[in-house]
Design a protein around this ligand. Structure first.
Ligand code: 6LW
Length: 548
């Protein structure tokens, strides 16, 4: 039977929400403090996704400065009604408060409206359009502050984009106090089915459900809850933390769900919460997830809309051997950079810094970080904000999407003083990352330095003198660790600085809700500087390199 490989979107794309218009599926995910915000993808077969745009694609829409990396834009829902696309989401601020907002567009590729704030308490908003055309917003509250959590509903006046009428408390979950969140509502055969996530987004995560004959409730727990979870499946299970689902039907009447999950190795994961596709059927009781296996699987049968397209079975190319580029050889045999509709992972090979996979932190980097004319290089002006700040550092990064990967860059930078640095970052959090950077020591000797930051402390792990301010920097990851290497342009060999164990970069170790980003950065570490770094190229491959 033709199959596809899960996750359909690898890397940090949590809290996916999905809708269909005709033959077109659209999907949005959380983006936290990464900018632009709310990546939006398109697919015709549910399996191959291509990013169309970001819903929050311009500066000044939401204030992200000062926020922890894992705060910011959480858990959007996308729906289409009567010619208009709606995305509702929440700006979560320091876990002390939140701002829920709605944006609209007639074309999902944009332009999207500015966010319209809604007077909605809590997080994880969703929209439901009833048969009579009325729109209901559901959300969960008290989850940010740590209370037991409950799902509530209010009508959304579509003309004024304003919540109106009374608040209806819908449900406190199958298990009271178990962090009921991520509500989505569906109507089938006259019954309203509310699904939710319970157990928190880690190992107890699950999909639960309740139903009602009336949209505003009361909702009664579906006794089959949890309808989907991997919490009992043990350490041999490749996919964990499954939950936070959204359902969609296909033009031929099949149902599927997108759900988040992680792929840990020895108990820790680095790629973040990824998007998995799960078959769904309906019975009189409600939705049945993965009816044949009861589990989300790495290899799953293709949706029947996809089987009609024979090339889909090869949607996720097998890992390719790295062709071992040294410095300036052509793009090694990766997928074509700007592939046809259907490239699921962000492009591999040489970077195009104008591509949608590139994000900065907390806002636009403006003209401090400029792609070169052909997009393959990057000029970075040294920003005072270091990566450890909660400002907008001179940083541009992309998701790590494969456990085994190789990233390398050629960079020119002459630091004027030891506080100035520019290079490669493996970034989980402002207080949890590693950098391999060019700088100078107190005598003005250029060197490459590997620094690890954890819980507020930066530790220099290794350094090596380099002869000029132009080097190749590399980081290669695998199941065991991340190995950092430097190659002086005048030297024949790569120098290995250190391997940091993979679990250091895990969400379990760093905390928070995101996965690893790989990026380029430049900073004066609190000092203004007119220094500038030039990244000649950056390359990401789904296989560790064989440098040297
Ligand atoms: C998301 C919520 C969650 O809003 O994490 O723990 C939040 N669960 O559903 C951020 O992804």
């Amino acid at each position: 039977m033709p199959a596809f490989r899960n996750p359909v979107l690898p890397g940090c794309y949590p809290d996916a929400s999905i809708c269909r218009v005709g033959e077109d599926f659209y999907l949005v995910t959380s983006s936290f403090t990464y900018f632009p915000g709310l990546p939006l993808f398109h697919s015709r077969d549910l399996v191959r996704w291509r990013q169309l745009t970001h819903v929050l694609d311009r500066p000044g829409l939401l204030a992200l400065e000062g926020l922890d990396v894992s705060d910011g834009v959480w858990a959007p829902t996308i729906r289409h009604h009567d010619g208009t696309f709606y995305v509702v989401s929440t700006l979560a601020v320091n876990r002390q408060g939140s701002l829920t907002f709605v944006v609209t567009a007639s074309d999902p590729a944009g332009p999207w409206s500015d966010p319209v704030p809604l007077e909605a308490e809590g997080i994880d908003p969703s929209l439901f359009f009833d048969d009579d055309g009325r729109c209901w917003l559901t959300a969960c509250r008290d989850a940010v502050q740590g209370g037991p959590g409950e799902l509530w509903m209010r009508e959304l006046d579509l003309e004024r984009l304003k919540l109106v009428g009374p608040t209806h408390v819908l449900w406190q979950g199958a298990v009271r106090g178990a962090w009921v969140e991520a509500p989505h509502l569906y109507k089938r055969n006259g019954v309203y089915h509310l699904i939710a996530a319970e157990g928190g987004t880690e190992s107890n995560h699950s999909v639960t459900a309740a139903r009602s004959g009336t949209v505003t409730g009361p909702y009664v727990t579906d006794p089959r809850s949890p309808l989907l979870t991997h919490r009992h499946r043990g350490p041999g299970e490749p996919i964990h933390n499954v939950g936070h689902a959204d359902l969609v039907d296909t033009p031929v009447g099949e149902w599927w769900a997108v759900t988040l999950g992680v792929r840990p190795i020895a108990g820790t994961h680095t790629l973040g919460r990824e998007v998995f596709l799960v078959p769904v059927t309906w019975t009189a009781h409600g939705p049945v997830f993965a009816p044949e296996t009861g589990a989300v699987r790495l290899s799953e049968r293709l949706p029947s809309i996809a089987s009609a397209q024979p090339d889909v079975a090869t949607t996720v190319p097998p890992d390719r051997p790295h062709s071992g580029s040294d410095g300036d050889t052509a793009v090694p045999g990766g997928r074509p950079h700007s592939g046809p509709d259907g490239d699921t992972a962000a492009p591999t090979g040489r970077a195009d810094f104008g591509g949608l996979e590139w994000n900065s932190l907390r806002g636009p980097v403006g003209d401090r970080v400029r792609p070169t004319a052909d997009g393959s290089g990057l000029d970075l002006d040294l920003a005072p904000d270091p990566l450890s700040s909660t400002g907008v550092p001179a940083f541009l990064g992309r998701r790590q999407q494969h456990v085994r990967f190789g990233a390398r860059t050629r960079i020119s930078f002459a630091a004027a003083r030891p506080s100035e640095e520019a290079g490669l970052a493996v970034f989980q959090h402002q207080d949890h990352h590693a950098t391999l950077a060019l700088t100078v020591d107190g005598d003005g000797q250029a060197q490459a330095v590997l620094t690890v930051r954890e819980a507020g402390t930066s530790t220099r792990r290794a350094s090596v003198p380099v002869s000029t301010g132009e080097v190749l920097l590399a980081v290669d990851g695998d199941e065991a660790g991340y190995t950092f290497r430097v190659k002086d342009l005048t030297a024949a060999q790569w120098i290995s600085l250190a391997t940091i164990e993979r679990s250091f970069f895990s969400t379990e170790r760093a905390g928070g809700f995101v996965g690893v980003y790989l990026g380029l950065y430049a900073t004066g570490n609190g000092h203004a500087s007119d220094g500038r770094a030039r990244v000649h190229w950056f390359e990401y491959q789904p296989e560790p390199g064989t440098a040297g």
